[in-house]
Design a binder for this molecule. Structure first.
Ligand code: BGC
Length: 760
């Protein structure tokens, strides 16, 4: 025992000694540098302007170039390519007085040039190792192109699918959301030392509660209890902090009536004092300036408020740059307020290794060989396959046979530029293929594939422009709706099976893309109904950046595959899945409501004093609606496979536990179908009696299990009191003795359960 322990202990001592030593070196370096800096130069480090994009050589003569020379810029963002970044870094480290390098940031949200599925789809893989690898690949590509800082992961818990930014996050659950936040931070940052130039600094966003905007309207007010914040909305941000995230972005919304950007309780008391965050905080785009619209004062007032609250870097507003010196003179802020923020930004640059080598991320050779590689594209295809969700498959309509006559119909069927989804800043959309092209290629000479657009994306051309921005237009083709429909019916009538690609375009979701109705647009629904009337079997490929209200489709369309926006290789991944080369295994991470009136509809809600009994639609004086049941169309955790899984009876190691014991909950899982496949087994717990009302169930574990056809495996969850803890009325994180319902199942609504007692 001793012989094993000794080297381990000495290893830790060496590591922490080395850490202390390097911290001391860093402090010495930064203190020395700061002793030479003027107040203006310190304030300059807190300034993050939007640079737009430059052509090489142009930056030097621009206003930004001048500002960099004068030491008024701490970093720039959304500039692409080594040549341009090198050019601009050169101005900072050659032409400015103190030669302080710049940070180069970008919204590398779901991949760089190789795009992965949108984050909401990615979360449906429930595979944290896979997700971590997507962040690693994204970091490798971005760092090869000059970027050292990404504004990701976005970890805002969201229960309202009207909010377009649900596409950028991991859905409604804090437990899964936290696991994904950790995986992504580790994927981008590696072990956090940035000893390799393949790792970049992550920026977890949008802190905090941005997903709680009222009515799902972007940038709207947020108002929630502290208990909800701590138990449901804070955990993923905290998980990112625990994983060592280097920076955090303040959100646009108010928290307790004070914008997050200037909220001292949020940025200092919770983030730094309670969670021990050591990195720096950046505002969101014009977040400082927007505080004037929130009614918190003029630019000078709000800038001082934000700095004192704990905001270190001002994105775009130039409120810090233009007013902090005045506030300092007037005694509204102190020198140490400025110094603290400046130090944190210089520390980030130091940790990234930019003082040692400002061109560390500017390696032309890497840029040529490490971006958009065949291996990365192949990986992206696998990720897309692992994260699609099969919602319905009546009579095993899927997988299809390649030898059939297939009609591929719909405004999204041949729309290659939509495949990457929202926030594909670095992507070259010309490199993408469409679903129709991929199906045609897959089928080859074995079968016959015909195509028709069938309808426009939406009926109104003005609306269409709004949802097809950023180079992602879809042609309206100059044909009338009747002509488009006729073409589609012609093609359908010549075929054995209809594959229809419908739903949202890429920019239907994302920032500033809230919707008050979240159905498939009417003109597409009309097409779908006409296709179903032909009597031919119809497969619906659903494109969406949010849960859609598809109760009608769920009842009337025999097969629905939710393909979201799968990234660079989405077309291929969809084709291979349709024909059974890949078997879907994703599960939903957001509830699909029946209609907008039910929103917010989420699985981990409180019980109310008058809950509706399971399986009931309506009972007078119960918590329900007259006109719609309380059920979801598809619940959290739901998703099918081409094969079938049978769950055995749940076994518990104990039913009465004490203190720090571990409860083992197991279930046998058999693949009873004829395909190999993956099942995501989910563990939920309900705390039956508490000092505060507790949710009807909470996800506390999940495992993605691969089973060959006919194979059986036992799946075991180890449950400890950590899984029972929650924030009580005093915001103390603890567990309470009592009864707990242990549930295991294939989704939040399909579980078996057993009651246990656990006492202190
Ligand atoms: C978004 C952020 C993004 C930033 C920089 C803002 O509008 O809210 O998520 O990181 O722009 O592009």
């Amino acid at each position: 025992m001793k012989r094993i322990l000794f080297p381990i202990c000495s290893f830790f001592i060496t590591v922490s000694y080395a850490q202390q030593n390097s911290d001391m070196q860093m402090n010495k370096f930064i203190d020395n540098l700061m002793s030479k800096m003027t107040v203006d130069e310190k304030i300059g480090q807190l300034n993050l302007p939007s640079a737009g994009d430059f052509t090489t050589g142009q930056a030097k003569n621009s206003n930004i170039g001048e500002s960099i020379k004068e030491g008024k810029v701490g970093g720039l963002f959304n500039i692409k390519s080594v040549a341009k970044i090198k050019d601009i870094q050169h101005i900072a480290v050659e032409d400015s007085r103190l030669k302080i390098p710049l940070l180069f940031g970008m919204d590398v949200i779901h991949g760089y040039e190789t795009q992965f599925p949108i984050p909401l789809q990615l979360s449906c893989s429930w595979d944290t190792a896979l997700i971590k690898k997507t962040a690693q690949v994204a970091a490798r590509e971005a760092s090869a192109d000059g970027i050292c800082w990404t504004y990701s992961p976005m970890v805002d818990i969201a229960r309202d699918p009207r909010w377009g930014r649900v596409a950028e996050g991991s859905g409604e659950d804090p437990f899964l959301g936290s696991a994904i936040a950790k995986a992504m931070v580790e994927g981008y940052q590696g072990n956090g030392t940035y000893s390799s130039n393949e790792n970049i600094m992550a920026c977890v966003k949008h802190y905090a509660l941005y997903g709680g905007v009222e009515a799902g309207r972007d940038y709207n007010t947020v108002d929630m209890s502290h208990i909800t914040m701590y138990n449901d909305y804070f955990p993923p941000y905290k998980a990112a902090v625990d994983a060592g995230v280097g920076s955090i972005m303040a959100s646009f919304n108010v928290v307790d009536y004070v914008p997050a950007t200037g909220n001292k309780w949020l940025l200092t008391d919770v983030l730094r004092k309670q969670w021990g965050f050591k990195g720096f905080v950046v505002s969101d785009y014009t977040g400082v300036m927007e505080m004037t619209q929130h009614g918190l004062g003029d630019l000078q007032q709000v800038s001082a408020l934000a700095l004192k609250a704990g905001l270190d870097m001002d994105m775009v507003s130039e409120g810090f740059l233009t007013t902090l010196k005045k506030s300092l003179k007037e005694g509204k802020i102190s020198q140490s307020d400025i110094d603290d923020a400046c130090k944190r930004i210089l520390e980030a640059k130091y940790k990234l290794g930019l003082f040692q080598n400002p061109y560390k991320y500017c390696d032309e050779q890497r840029a040529k060989t490490e971006i958009f590689t065949p291996a990365n594209k192949e990986f992206s295809k696998q990720v897309a396959e692992q994260s699609m969700v099969l919602l319905k498959n009546a009579h095993q309509l899927l997988p299809l046979k390649a030898s059939e006559n297939i009609a591929v119909i719909g405004p999204l069927a041949d729309a290659a530029n939509q495949m990457g989804g929202t926030w594909s800043v670095a992507a070259n959309l010309d490199d993408y293929g469409s679903v129709y092209q991929a199906i045609k290629k897959y089928v080859g000479t074995k079968g016959n594939v015909l195509y028709a657009q069938g309808s426009n994306l939406v009926e109104d051309s003005v609306m269409q422009e709004r949802v097809t921005m950023f180079g992602k237009s879809i042609s309206r083709g100059g044909k009338s709706d009747a002509e488009l429909l006729n073409e589609a019916l012609n093609v359908a009538n010549k075929s054995d099976i209809i594959v229809t690609a419908l739903g949202e375009s890429a920019e239907f979701s994302g920032e500033s893309s809230s919707r008050s109705n979240i159905g498939i647009p009417h003109v597409q629904e009309h097409l779908l109904k006409a296709l179903l009337k032909t009597g031919k079997p119809v497969v619906l490929l659903l494109f969406n950046g949010r849960p859609l209200t598809i109760s009608w489709e769920a009842k009337n369309v025999p097969a629905i595959l939710d393909v979201w926006f799968g990234g660079t290789e989405a077309g291929k991944a969809i084709a291979e899945t349709l024909f059974g080369k890949s078997n879907p295994s994703g599960k939903l991470t957001m509830t699909f409501p029946q209609n907008v009136g039910q929103i917010p509809l989420y699985y981990n809600h409180l019980n109310t004093g008058r809950p509706l009994a399971d399986g009931h639609w309506f009972e007078k004086f119960r918590s329900n609606y007259l006109d719609v049941s309380n059920d979801a169309v598809y619940p959290f955790g739901y998703g099918l496979s081409y094969t079938a899984f049978k769950y055995g009876k749940m076994q518990l190691s104990d039913t009465i536990l004490k203190g720090n014991q571990t409860l083992k909950a197991s279930v046998s899982l058999t693949n009873t179908g004829k395909y190999d496949g993956r099942e995501i087994v989910q563990l939920y717990i309900r705390d039956m009696v508490g000092s505060i009302a507790r949710p009807v169930e909470e996800l506390k574990g999940f495992q993605k299990i691969f089973l060959k056809a006919g194979e059986t495996k036992t799946v075991t969850f180890n449950i400890t009191v950590d899984n029972l803890k929650f924030y009580n009325s005093d915001l103390k994180y603890d567990w309470e003795s009592g009864q707990f319902n242990i549930m295991i199942g294939s989704n939040a609504k399909d579980v078996q359960s057993q009651m246990i007692e656990w006492n202190k």
